[in-house]
Design a protein around this ligand. Structure first.
Ligand code: FAD
Length: 306
């Protein structure tokens, strides 16, 4: 379903201005001049379920509703059914964000050509709040405040770079230098625009990495906007992704052994009481939990196995 998108003009090859997408519910504004739009969607939760049932067939009776089936697939990394959902985005972002987003190879991308078009003067300026110090604990991160005068100097310096690089770019173009060469002076704060199409399996892999607090804040904002736009089209898939991947983590062999040691001392009465409140887990999932973390007590909790 083609759900959004600007009318295509052959006369105007300039970048899309953020004012053109304002008010369109399929678009979210990001940073000072950027945006993400969900322009096309293929499939939905039902399509993913249908694809899965081909391989599971009658055997899926144990997981007999859509939500449970999608949660089972997500939990056990049965990823290929999720490839039957696809989403396409229209994104305008600084080149520094595009470089990170484009690292996700399992997606199709088409970017505005700076060989073909003259890039408009659109430069990313972080907000004062965003101008932070180098993190001491994370070599790739920012953390803590810097003095106000340092923030102001940085913003003024950015403006000088913007002005200088723009002047060199436009002078070069004015002197007849080709666009593909003139662009070499443009910095990574320059905005670029592209279309991206990706299947839901790889989209969720990207989301997990780029909505994480370790990702750069700017790309987190784009990834969060994408998640918000896609959720209404794949609500069960997104819910399962949040429960089993986004807000979860795998446990190492050592961690598991340590937990087994600790859990071995959980009194029988506590274990019985959590049977009645398994924190929103499905029956099958709860069985897996007891099997993996209380192996000695599995038969007590599920006596019907005898
Ligand atoms: C916080 C953070 C910091 C990072 N820092 C750096 C950095 O300093 N330097 C840097 O270079 N990168 C960095 N990256 C990028 C990172 O290493 C990955 O390249 C990026 O996240 C894409 O992940 P991916 O390969 O899983 O995704 P995709 O390329 O979308 O691939 C999805 C999946 O497809 C499979 N796949 C795709 N291509 C291949 C292939 N050629 N061979 C085998 N399997 C394939 C893999 O299973 C992969 O997980 C960083 C990423 C994050 C999130």
């Amino acid at each position: 379903v083609f759900i959004a998108g600007l009318s295509l003009s052959t006369e105007n090859d300039e970048m899309t201005d953020v004012s053109e997408i304002r008010g369109d519910a399929n678009y979210v504004e990001v940073l000072d001049r950027g945006f993400v739009g969900l322009v096309n969607v293929m499939g939905n939760d039902e399509m993913i379920e249908r694809a899965a049932r081909v391989s599971y067939g009658a055997g899926t009776r144990a997981v007999n509703d859509r939500r449970n089936l999608l949660r089972y697939l997500m939990r056990h990394y049965h990823t290929s059914p999720f490839e039957f959902g696809e989403v396409a985005f229209h994104v305008k972002m600084p080149i520094l964000v595009a470089r990170q987003l484009f690292r996700h190879r399992m997606q199709s991308i088409n970017e505005q050509s700076a060989r073909y078009s003259v890039l408009t003067d659109e430069f990313y300026y972080p907000t004062e709040d965003r101008i932070q110090a180098q993190s001491k604990t994370n070599k790739q991160g920012s953390e803590g405040d810097v003095p106000q005068d340092v923030k102001e100097k940085f913003l003024n310096d950015l403006a000088s770079v913007d002005e200088l690089t723009r002047t060199v770019y436009e002078d070069a173009l004015g002197n007849g230098i080709s666009r593909e060469l003139a662009r070499m002076v443009l910095p990574v704060a320059q905005y670029t625009e592209c279309y991206i199409k990706v299947d839901m399996n790889n989209f969720l892999k990207m989301l997990r990495l780029r909505t994480d607090s370790h990702a750069q804040q700017e790309i987190q904002e784009y990834a969060n906007a994408m998640e918000k736009l896609v959720e209404p089209h794949f609500p069960l898939t997104i819910e399962a992704y949040r429960d089993y991947h986004k807000n979860a983590r795998s446990v190492s062999r050592m961690e598991k052994e340590m937990m087994l040691n600790l859990l071995a001392h959980v009194p029988e009465s506590t274990l019985r009481s959590i049977c009645f409140d398994s924190f929103g887990m499905g029956k099958r999932e709860f069985r897996e939990f007891i099997r993996d973390f209380f192996p000695d007590k599995y038969d007590t909790v599920f006596p019907e196995n005898h």
